[in-house]
Design a protein around this ligand. Structure first.
Ligand code: GLY
Length: 361
């Protein structure tokens, strides 16, 4: 078992992240041993419950089954979880446990952060995306009609239990969306101010094993990505500075998700396209040479990320202007400046138009 820890110095708070591929039936005892109180509510994604409910072995009265899909990350389910917790008379010493992907984790985390002004929260991520990104770092939230994640909190879990056996049952597209975030870490690694893992080499050396979900390789891959994320979050919990580098590929990626109504492409597919856009902008701005862009394209190709069709540039810029991360009149981009190194840049709309119109699809 790999045991990492997150030390948030600003809040003098620390919590463990366990990564293993032991039998899933051993999870329940491990989780229960870290609870302070005697009561808990498990919010579990429907698919995970169907596949692993029996193996996990939690009693029915402790279970809240959450339907699958981003649209479930809503006020109504937030309310239902809180009402269930109130009915069970959970106290501040008790816990909410999320088992599933980002939807279960973000929603349950938000409920935990507001129930009695904060109750213990345990994350058990079961998708690659949740393992390497959303379960670590304390972002919680729900979606509203006005946009995704517009209501939420920073609330660190008490512990994260990652078991890579869950990744075996993901469908290919779900697995690939996680790979989009994995590849992102390779391009930002040196800016994470962490020890040198050389994730790019790891990806190049183990491409087939990763695609074929080799358990040992996946465990190592998740460890590297989580370590990079921990390094960033420890230095900037609330995204005041350094943490913004985790948004590499996300400015344009979020706009793709929005323009296609969150239906056509997965988050990872959109983020990879967003990284392609960032590479092009960086070349046009003279930050990197074309060779690095070709090198990046090679990596995307190796992991079977196809180039997406072009989007209307004016509409995309309009959407990016409204992104919650955009400042009043500027659009923020994380751009590559060297191998595995990124920096934050801000563009006015005319600047972006001049760089991108007709040149960047
Ligand atoms: N998903 C990016 C972050 O946690 O900051």
């Amino acid at each position: 078992m790999i045991n990492l820890s997150v030390n948030i110095t600003s809040g003098e708070y620390s919590y463990p992240i366990y990564i293993d591929n032991e039998d899933i039936s051993s999870l329940k005892d491990k989780v229960l041993s870290c609870l302070r109180g005697s009561k808990f509510l498990v919010v579990i994604s429907e698919k995970v419950y169907r596949l692993y409910g029996q193996t996990l072995g939690f009693a029915k009265e402790n279970i809240f089954v959450l339907k699958d899909g981003e649209k479930e990350k809503n006020f109504n389910n937030y309310k239902k979880i809180l009402e269930r917790a109130l009915k069970m008379q959970l106290t501040r010493k008790d816990a909410l446990i999320a088992i599933g992907g980002g939807v279960a984790g973000d929603l349950t985390g938000f409920a935990a952060s507001t129930y009695m002004r904060g109750i213990d929260f345990i994350q058990i991520p079961t998708t690659l995306l949740a393992c390497v990104d959303s379960s670590v770092g304390g972002k919680t939230g729900i979606d509203t009609d006005f946009g995704k994640n517009l209501v939420g909190t920073f609330y660190q879990p008490k512990a994260v239990f990652i078991n890579t056996n869950f990744l075996k049952s993901l469908d290919d597209r779900q697995f690939k969306t996680g790979l989009g975030e994995v590849v992102k870490y390779a391009f930002i690694e040196k800016s994470c101010k962490c020890e040198d893992y050389n994730l790019t080499n790891f990806l190049n050396d183990n491409t087939d094993k990763i695609i074929n979900r080799d358990a040992k390789v996946l465990k190592e891959l998740v460890k590297i990505c989580v370590s990079l994320k921990i390094s960033v979050v420890e230095k900037d919990e609330k995204e005041g500075g350094l943490r913004r580098i985790l948004n590499f590929g996300h400015t344009y990626g979020h706009a793709i998700e929005k323009i296609t109504k969150y239906k056509k492409y997965t988050h990872g597919e959109a983020v990879v396209e967003g990284m392609r856009y960032a590479f092009k902008l960086a070349v046009q701005k003279g930050l990197i040479d074309k060779n690095y862009e070709f090198y990046a394209q090679d990596i995307f190709k190796k992991f079977n990320f196809e180039k997406l069709p072009s989007f209307n540039n004016d509409k995309m810029i309009e959407i990016m202007k409204l992104d919650k991360k955009a400042s009043s009149d500027k659009i923020t981009f994380v751009l590559p400046v060297d191998y595995s190194t990124v920096e934050i840049f801000e563009f006015t709309v005319p600047e972006l138009m001049e760089l991108s119109v007709g040149k960047v699809s």
